[in-house]
Each structure stands twice: as C-alpha cells, then as structure tokens.
Design a protein around this ligand. Structure first.
Ligand code: PMV
Length: 364
C-alpha cells in the first residue's frame, strides 16, 4: 500500500483522554472515476474495482460538534448544509451511517451532534457531492468517536477506517479520502480491498492532470446511483463488464505507471462510454447523455485528430463531461472549450479543477 499523503496534517488528538464534548472539522474532495464503479452487492460491496482521480477544488467541509445527549435518544443530530437543515432523505442516510459506526463505537449513541457542512461547488452540477459529502462526514464522525473515547488509531489506520465508513455512506466516497488517485475493490493489487480504498501514486506525468467540467445540465439526476447500480444485478452484460474492468484496470495502471497518455486516453474514454452503454442496455434503459454531450465528443475528436494531445474525456452518471488534460496542453484545450461554447452559442458553466491530495483535517 502506498504511504498516505505526507502533507496531510497528522491526526491531532490526545490519546487516552476522553473528550465528552468537542468539535472537529474535515475537508474532503470529490473524485472522478477513470475506471467506473457500476453495480454492487451486499452492504456496498462493488461488483468490480474502480480507480479515481481525486479533485482539488471541489470539496466539502464538514464540522461535527458533539456533546453528551440527555440519555433518551441515540446518536441524534442536526445537520445543516449551506445553512439549511437537510431533508429527510439525506437525514436518513446520515442516521444510517451513525448507526453503522455505533456498532464499533457505541459512544456515538450517547452523543448529540450538530453537523454543519459546506460545498465549494454548486449542487447538482455533475460533481459527485455524495463522494465529498459522505467522506467528510465519515472522517469527522470517526474523529469525534475516537476523541470521545480517548482511543486514537494511528493515522494510516484512521484513514482506512474512515474510507470504510465513507463507503457505507456512498460507495465512491471511500476513494475521496486519498490522493492523488485511489483504488477501491479487491484483486487489483495485493493491497486493494472491497472494504475500503487505498491511495495510488502514478508516474509523475500523471500527478497533476487538469479537469474542466462542462455542465450540460444542472437538473437532478433522472436515475439515482442506487437504482443505477441495481440495474447491473440482472444485466445481460454483467460478466462481460467484469471482464472488461479487469483488463481496463490492468491497462490503465500500466499506463499510469509508465506515463503512457495514449493508453490512458483509450481506457478512460472506453470506461465512460461503457458506463453509458451499460445504462442503454439495461432492462430499464437509462439515457442520461444530452445532445450537447455527444456533439462535444464529436467535435473534440475532429479537433484533436492527428495532434497527439494529452487529453481524455470521461462522464459519470449524468450528461456532463470531465475533460482531463496534461499541463502542456492546458492552453490549447482551454481555448478549444471556450471557442466551442461560443461557436454553439451555449450558456454553460465550466468548472476548472485538477488532481488533489485527498482529505485533510482543519485546525483552528
Ligand atoms: O458512489 P455512488 O453510489 O454514487 O456511485 C458512483 C457511480 C459512478 O459515479 C457512476 C462511477 C464511480 O465510480 O464514481
């Protein structure tokens, strides 16, 4: 397993000194999958392994304050997202996560939490807010649990547990803990696991990759990811997909290790199109791409033909494009995006991000 990022501050706490009340704050980024997680079983166990690039600027910052409750309730909380109390659906998700964590940390049942959370990016922009949100929450609650009991794990073990709990909150969230890349799912290498993600450090040419996110639609997803994963249960292409991921993981890891941008482009784009191909071919077909998504891909293909640009597109479960590119082609790609938007008279938002280092705790 790679060393966790050195420049994340060490986990600050005083072991063996239980803190019945206190507060803790974590910042956790979103991530974009290059090998896609699609399909799951049991308690958030992925059908296949996935590999993601951690983002830098799209993150959630979550503060958890805790104090003893009055003994009549268990693990109750108030949750404010951008100053607004969250709705019942999200509340249920948070409650479920606290219950899961309370199995290992019963102290959580005796506490009351006030949770405040902020995202750096607008809601429903195709950036996975559940990845950053649930990972920031898992990190903060785990810190609270360990500080309330006065029993701290070593930092690498702490992060691994946080990744495990983040996974229970939202599968892809387990990868957000680490940067610059993360692998989730057993069988990729000797360290990888279905239970939590592990950090992955590529060849230096892949350490900083830019990501311009073209927001073709801000509408909430037509199909939530839980319903989407379910479509893989009985999918005709299920075994084919599992085989494809095995080969793509192997090829992408080799490309990331050797600095091979051609194979990187081929695999990353095939993964994005495969994800949507699986959706099209589901028992209940799902069509999330917009005409502009397709138009952009055609125009990108025409523009880059023969130029040898280090650029690849990827798409999550929505219509928005993440255009990934190396520093040396930053200007040409950004100009292409601006001109493309102008040529088509579109009014769309583009969010610029890049490879990030993973989650970090914030100190006063
Ligand atoms: O973490 P979930 O359950 O929201 O699923 C995420 C699925 C994809 O974003 C489509 C792919 C991935 O690996 O992130």
């Amino acid at each position: 397993m790679n060393e966790p990022n050195k420049n994340i501050k060490p986990f600050a706490m005083q072991p063996d000194k239980p803190e019945p009340e206190g507060s803790v704050e974590w910042r956790s980024p979103s991530n974009i999958a290059l090998i896609k997680y699609w399909g799951k079983q049991g308690n958030q166990i992925p059908m296949n392994p996935s590999l993601s690039m951690t983002l830098k600027y799209a993150f959630t910052q979550t503060e958890v304050k805790w104090h003893p409750n009055d003994g009549t309730t268990q693990g109750e909380f108030d949750f404010f997202l951008s100053g607004q109390k969250v709705g019942p659906k999200f509340e249920k998700r948070v409650g479920n996560l606290i219950n899961e964590m309370a199995k290992a940390y019963p102290v959580l049942n005796d506490l009351y939490f006030t949770i405040t959370s902020l995202n750096t990016f607008p809601h429903s922009t195709g950036i996975a807010s559940s990845a950053s949100g649930l990972s920031a929450l898992a990190l903060s609650l785990l810190s609270a649990a360990q500080r309330a009991t006065g029993k701290a794990d070593e930092y690498p073990r702490f992060l691994q547990k946080a990744s495990h709990y983040a996974r229970l909150g939202s599968g892809s969230a387990c990868r957000s803990i680490y940067g610059p890349y993360a692998i989730w799912g057993g069988g990729v290498n000797t360290e990888s696991s279905d239970e939590y993600a592990i950090p992955y450090k590529p060849h230096q040419d892949f350490e900083t990759i830019y990501d311009s996110i073209l927001i073709f639609s801000e509408k909430p997803k037509k199909v939530g990811s839980s319903a989407g994963h379910k479509l893989m249960d009985e999918h005709f292409y299920r075994q084919g997909r599992i085989n494809q991921v095995r080969e793509n993981s192997f090829r992408l890891l080799k490309a990331l290790e050797t600095g091979d941008f051609d194979v990187w482009q081929e695999v990353v784009e095939q993964e994005a199109l495969s994800l949507h191909g699986l959706m099209f071919a589901s028992h209940e077909p799902v069509l999330l791409l917009e005409p502009d998504t397709i138009r952009f891909i055609h125009d990108l293909n025409a523009f880059r033909a023969g130029k040898g640009l280090k650029v690849a597109f990827t798409i999550d479960a929505g219509p928005n494009i993440h255009l990934l590119y190396a520093d040396e082609h930053r200007e040409i790609i950004r100009n292409f995006i601006s001109e493309w938007i102008m040529d088509h008279h579109l009014q769309i938002q583009v969010l610029d991000d890049e490879t990030g280092k993973g989650a970090k705790q914030l100190f006063e």
